[in-house]
Design a protein around this ligand. Structure first.
Ligand code: MN
Length: 406
């Protein structure tokens, strides 16, 4: 990997081997969103840099990533190579350096227009824990769980960028001990620490996307918090699945890490004890397990370290399943992994598991306890992955604070 001329903070997770894409604006020009690339403690104004070096990279001179996403794998590779050259060739430093902006001086925006949004349920540990909590005494995993990646279609229009406040949702709730449902603010507002996959290239209606074509369609990876009102969810989800208990807000990190930056993070997923059907069978391919290490903080206090490498289903299997019926992909489609929970107690990605549905409240350093989120609470999810030569690839953060119900 070539060396960048950009001065990097020690142990930066935004080295030249990462180069995640986002969309930013500045306080002086709040109405001019443009594409940025994170490098060290800076953001490169990518469109301005392209002009400065005389490169005809029009997909970078745009107010969102959508045009770049639509351009496809060949362009993604070429643009990444061009950015790497601009940031490493000392002869280009004088042209490019004026377009580096300190990261604290930018406001990050939603980086692309979210087309469709799907959420999966791919952690065996999460699904098992929820099965034990919701269906005690019966088999924790449903009979279909190891045959197909379970998912549901969510609400694309309420996907928001990190640091967008989340208003506590109201809805129908009915505890098992209640005779009738009531309407009001959720009392069991939760998080789900997840990883999101951003689709660049669409597909033809009627034609499934094969497992092996994953990297032709998926541009990159972000972090995602699938905020969940457990009381609303528990009452409404039978028999059609999640609806208003989740559709009020889904937060994403502003930086999209390109798949190309994650070559060093690919790992084999856990051994499957049920053979997948042929369209999901990745045993003869290099599978798309990813060694991402997540951290979840509540009001700044570390409460969990979910390991993404423990996920049973990979994103490539999820994409193959999502299109197996011929449903087509569109540029900007977003699909999420499902809550990332590892086998250990300290690796659970949702409060419902961490507190075992409120039975074991969390103790915070300020002496307070939590079963679910209170108004004013802030949840932040971060992650890193292994990069080349012992470096780390940073994903930034997805953060959100709870506002009182309206
Ligand atoms: Mn979820």
């Amino acid at each position: 990997m070539p060396t960048t001329w950009v001065p990097l903070p020690t142990d930066t997770v935004y080295g030249v081997d990462n180069l995640p894409y986002g969309v930013f604006s500045t306080d002086t020009e709040p109405d001019r969103p443009r594409i940025g690339v994170a490098i060290g403690g800076h953001v490169l104004d990518a469109g301005a840099a392209a002009h400065a070096v005389g490169a005809p990279v029009d997909v970078l001179d745009a107010p969102s990533l959508t045009r770049l996403l639509a351009a496809g794998r060949e362009t993604w590779t070429a643009v990444r190579a061009a950015l790497t050259t601009w940031l490493t060739d000392p002869g280009l430093r004088a042209s490019v350096e004026p377009h580096l902006i300190p990261r604290q001086d930018v406001v990050m925006r939603l980086p692309f227009e979210v087309a469709d949004y799907v959420d999966f349920y791919a952690s065996e540990h999460h699904a098992t824990n929820l099965g034990k909590i919701f269906r005690p005494g019966s088999e924790p995993l449903t009979p279909n769980w190891k045959h197909l990646p379970i998912g549901y279609h969510g609400r694309a229009g309420t996907v928001v960028v990190s640091h967008t406040p989340v208003v506590r949702p109201s809805g129908q709730r009915k505890a098992p001990t209640d005779d009738v449902p009531s309407f009001g603010p959720s009392r069991r507002l939760d998080i789900e620490a997840e990883v999101g996959f951003v689709v660049g290239t669409g597909s033809a209606l009627g034609t499934p996307v094969a497992l092996g074509d994953f990297a032709d369609h998926v541009f990159g990876v972000c972090l995602l918090n699938d905020w969940s009102a457990r009381d609303v969810q528990a009452w409404e989800y039978v028999p059609l699945g999640p609806f208003l208990g989740k559709s009020f807000a889904t937060s994403v990190s502003p930086w999209i890490v390109p798949l190309d930056a994650l070559a060093g993070a690919r790992v084999a997923p856990p051994a499957r004890d049920v053979a997948p059907l042929p369209y999901l069978d990745d045993r003869d391919a290099e599978p798309w397990g990813l060694d991402l290490s997540l951290e979840v903080r509540l009001n700044g206090h570390l409460i969990s370290r979910p390991p993404f490498a423990s996920m049973y289903w990979t994103a490539a299997q999820q994409l193959a399943h999502l299109t197996a019926n011929g449903a087509s992909l569109r540029t900007g489609d977003l699909f999420a992994s499902g809550t990332v929970s590892g086998p250990a107690v300290g690796e659970r990605g949702a409060l419902i598991e961490i507190t075992w549905n409120g039975e074991n409240p969390l103790k915070l350093p300020d002496g307070s306890t939590r079963t679910y989120l209170e108004d004013g609470d802030e949840v932040t999810i971060t992650a890193t992955a292994p990069g080349p030569d012992g470096t780390r690839i940073g994903f930034g953060e997805v953060s959100g604070r709870i506002l009182p119900a309206r």
